[in-house]
Ligand binder design. Sequence first.
Ligand SMILES: [Zn+2]
Length: 171
Amino acid sequence: MFRLFSLMLAMFAFMSCNQAQPGYEARAVSGPVLSLEGDTLEHVEKTKSEWKAELSPLAFKVLREKGTERAFTGEYWDNKKKGIYYCAGCGAPLFSSTTKYRSGTGWPSFYEPIITGNVKEENDTSYGMNRVEVVCARCDGHLGHVFPDGPEPTGLRYCLNSVSLKFEEKK
Ligand SMILES: [Zn+2]
């Protein structure tokens, strides 16, 4: 019984957002940030105190200070509704429910951004790990990390914080 529990714990740790995955480097993503209608969205630049005034304390910590919400505590990890996930900082469209899948990590997981240029990748060596951070290309808000263990067709797992996103249901 204990062995099984340890095994499950180990598997869970392997799947978690904090696990380093060798063999994946940040890709240079180019192209303008676009709305769903195809209009170019201007870059959003705000001071730390401006962000602090408009975001919740947790959203500020995650989006602006690269924090991580605790697994299974966010609003969207188990959200199965159809719709669009926008950046909670600037409103840029980032991911669609059509590419969301069940990763078992306790964080909302997707295999592909809705518009390539709207999500940037950056190498992140914090905490002694080699990870690839994903940020909103419009406001540079921290969204989460991307790992090469996702499902087809991309093989990628965008492991995101719910608090960085704002979901809008589309029926
Ligand atoms: Zn943003």
